[in-house]
Write a protein that binds this ligand. Structure first.
Ligand SMILES: [Zn+2]
Length: 266
């Protein structure tokens, strides 16, 4: 019985926290207070009662509309709640009840918030990335990946893409990445250490090319240029943070295959 209760508890906790993340995603870019007022319809401002605040369930039962004014409630709400529920389950499975679990969950929540805000507003708020760099480094003093890997990761994540982007801007005469992307990558490095931030950078570029390129082909209207890079960093960082072992092994295999192909391997 205990084998089922703990994962269920993790999902339930994630769903509830996902509700809170929705509040942050909506209010932070609008400079509204996170704490006050309580949940309300963004159209008619009516305060929501407890049964309209149940993650995923309420949205489904109300069929995505406000009970009073009938205006649409974004699909983003149940999606963010469900994804956060899955994140907490994945975190529990990957790290168990260890001190690293809350740190990785905090990091995961920040990635979900940055993903949604960047997708909608094309910004990565300093309110999340800058404290994120500090918290990631301080946590790494006591926990994996350790403070040296964290510090190198912070510098690799923040500086290396910055130099590449500067070069790109000089050559092409336009910006490829924004300052928010560098701060976000520095945060990823501070939390996950230098080998993982390096993999995150590679994976986010691959995702950007595949998904961005695919969207461009499908839409033919330049949709790809409007998908912000921060969303790819968020997805890549989540994969690398929660499946560190398999991702590292895959990278090593690919690297060895390449070296053999290039005639440099043993
Ligand atoms: Zn309403």
């Amino acid at each position: 019985m205990t084998g089922v209760i703990a994962p269920l508890f993790a999902v339930a906790f994630g769903l509830v926290l996902g509700s809170f993340l929705n509040v942050v995603i909506y209010r932070l870019p609008r400079n509204e207070s996170i704490a006050w007022p309580g949940s309300h319809c963004t159209s008619c401002s009516r305060a929501l009662s407890w049964y309209e605040n149940i993650p995923v369930v309420s949205w489904t039962v109300l069929r995505g509309r406000c009970r009073t004014c009938g205006s649409r409630i974004s699909m983003q709400y149940p999606i963010v709640e469900a994804v956060t529920g899955v994140l907490f389950l994945a975190g529990y499975e990957a790290f168990g009840l260890t001190p690293l679990l809350p740190v990785r969950l905090l990091f995961g929540c920040a990635m979900i918030v940055l993903f949604a805000i960047d997708l909608e507003h094309q910004i990565l708020p300093n309110e999340i990335t800058l404290p994120g760099i500090a918290v990631g480094f301080v946590a790494s003093v006591f926990l994996p990946p350790g403070w040296t890997s964290s510090l190198i990761g912070l510098l690799v994540g923040g500086l290396f893409p910055f130099l590449i982007a500067e070069l790109y801007a000089r050559v092409r005469g336009r910006e490829g990445m924004g300052m928010g992307d560098f701060k976000m990558l520095a945060m990823v490095g501070a939390f996950l250490g230098w080998p993982i931030v390096w993999l995150t950078l590679i994976l986010s570029c691959v995702l950007g090319i595949v998904i961005g390129g695919g969207a461009l082909v499908i839409s033919r209207r330049g949709l790809a240029t409007r998908i912000p890079f921060g969303t790819f960093i968020a997805v890549a960082a989540l994969i690398c943070a929660y499946a560190e072992g398999p991702v590292l092994r895959l990278y090593e295999q690919a690297l060895r295959a390449y070296l053999t192909w290039a005639g440099l391997g043993s």
